[in-house]
Design a protein around this ligand. Structure first.
Ligand SMILES: Cc1cc2nc3c(=O)[nH]c(=O)nc-3n(C[C@H](O)[C@H](O)[C@H](O)COP(=O)(O)O)c2cc1C
Length: 275
């Protein structure tokens, strides 16, 4: 594959990137900066060993105290992908992709290990342990994403599986203390429907030097709005208003959470009675 310069990729990510210092080229940096979610796949199966390579990359991520409190379910059966697609808001790419991964916060394994050794495990009921498992699972998943992209594959995360977490848990036969965090479609990108690199907020909006500085964010958000409006138009994305308006509306109230306003109760029902 043809290499792209870092400064070109920075321009695609930030628009005018003149204010950023020169960065040396590295293959990994190029790969990371080239990321774009892919929602259209060819019908080709994945190369043999793809899942194993992705999981090895995932397990190579750091893990809090090496507790490794995450798991992943690999779904390839068409009918099961179709049911999960339906639960996730009818997202066709879930059915279309050859491999759908569901990443799990998994405190069940540690509970089992402790119980088998007659060691109490009341510590698992604290919010800290849930956060720990979410962090571990997310770091693992992102490593798997980078591995897949390094192998020339395309992926998209699917938060839609949290629209109906109890149904997803039943579909995947998850035991108590296991929560489905997000899905991941994996497939061979369909070059007939290429995805573009999506710009991100200027670094001023997300980087604070020494202490948090809220004021510097306003100008950065404004610059981003001006960049995203033409991007939405070029990509024919149906976005109502600019990025700030669109994003603010996404948190306007419980009705804007796609049914996920009930997630605390779902967590409780799935064995996370957090304190
Ligand atoms: C945790 C998570 C959940 C997501 N859920 C969905 C989803 O359900 N459907 C979808 O099409 N994209 C989903 N996305 C993809 C985001 O929309 C995408 O990453 C974002 O718009 C930035 O675009 P890019 O990944 O192409 O840079 C999700 C991303 C993340 C990180």
């Amino acid at each position: 594959m043809e290499h792209q310069s870092i400064s070109h990729l920075l321009r695609l990510r930030y628009g005018d990137s003149d204010s950023l210092p020169h960065v040396a080229w590295s293959e990994t940096l190029e790969l990371l900066l080239k990321h774009r979610s892919v929602r259209a796949y060819t019908p080709d199966p994945l190369p043999v060993g793809t899942l194993e390579a992705m999981v090895a990359a995932a397990q190579s991520a750091s893990s809090s105290s090496n507790l490794q409190v995450w798991s992943v379910v690999a779904v390839e059966e068409h009918a099961r992908k179709a049911r999960l697609a339906h639960l996730a808001g009818n997202q066709a790419h879930i059915t279309d992709c050859p491999l759908f991964l569901v990443w799990l916060a998994d405190l069940a394994r540690l509970a089992r290990v402790a119980a088998q050794r007659d060691i109490p495990y009341a510590g698992l009921d604290y919010t800290e342990m849930f956060i720990l498992s979410v962090v571990d699972a997310t770091l693992a998943a992102q490593n798997a994403v980078v591995a897949a992209e390094a192998l020339g594959l395309g992926v998209v995360y699917i938060g839609g599986i949290r629209n109906h977490p109890l149904d997803v848990a039943a579909e995947l036969q998850l035991p108590p203390r296991v929560f489905p965090l997000f899905g991941l479609c994996v497939g061979v990108p369909n070059d007939a429907r290429p995805a573009d690199i999506k710009p991100r907020l200027p670094q001023d909006a997300v980087v604070h030097r020494e202490t948090y500085a809220a004021d510097q964010q306003d100008a950065a958000v404004e610059r981003y709005n001006q960049m995203m409006t033409p991007f939405y138009r070029d990509q024919q994305m149906r976005v109502n208003g600019d990025w700030a308006q669109h994003s603010a509306r996404r948190v306007a109230g419980p009705q804007s959470l796609s049914g996920r306003d009930t997630i605390r109760e779902a967590l409780r029902q799935l064995g996370f009675d957090l304190r």
